[in-house]
Write a protein that binds this ligand. Sequence first.
Ligand code: 5RP
Length: 230
Amino acid sequence: MNQEQMKQTAAEKAVEHIQNNTIIGLGTGSTIQYALEKISERIQKENLSIQGIPTSNTTKKTAQHLNIPLTTLEEHPTIDLTIDGADEVDSNLNLIKGAGGALTREKIIAYHSKTLIIIVDDSKVVKSLGMNNPIPVEILQFSYTATQHCLEELGCTTTLRTIVNEPYITDNGNYIIDCEFPRIPEPEALEMQINMIPGVVENGLFINMADMVIIGGKQGIHTLEKAIVQ
Ligand code: 5RP
């Protein structure tokens, strides 16, 4: 299996978890594209009745194109199941997300979901978070230099995300600072420290949020599930 096939296999497995008459959070990214296609197929073939809540304008457009019925968090504040991708996954099911720039809406949707399933190919699995990716931090444009300095004081090197030499603007009208940490020994504490800085909207550490990670590998699918603490 090549990388695209691994993504597709993981995505299709996740879509099997969708039940009739449910509200589904729709993540963002290239892996989610495969899930959207499969959801659309199940709607047509099985008459599956679901409503999706997209995590980005891009996903919203794709879902509309694929005739997936959509709703909003205002109408449905509790989501049954969200399927989303990730940039890094560790063995505790903690994640780095946001390479696609949708981290804030993704985290809001994840927070309001009864179940969060993450789909990745095996290149996303890491021993410790931050090994291959910076932590994206969405910040207000107002005061962005001051906010960037505060982030650097946490021990990272920062880069303002750009696109065609202009600052990248999120769906919420904000900037993203990518923060590269030499190591992240305590991701849970760091997630909170980052969000304490005024001007920070949200960061891409998703700690204790995922219930299941479906990993597509060369040999097939491997699933990590959250341990249930009694
Ligand atoms: C977007 C995200 C994506 O889910 C993440 O970047 C993974 O994307 P892909 O499936 O294209 O690798 O967090 O903000």
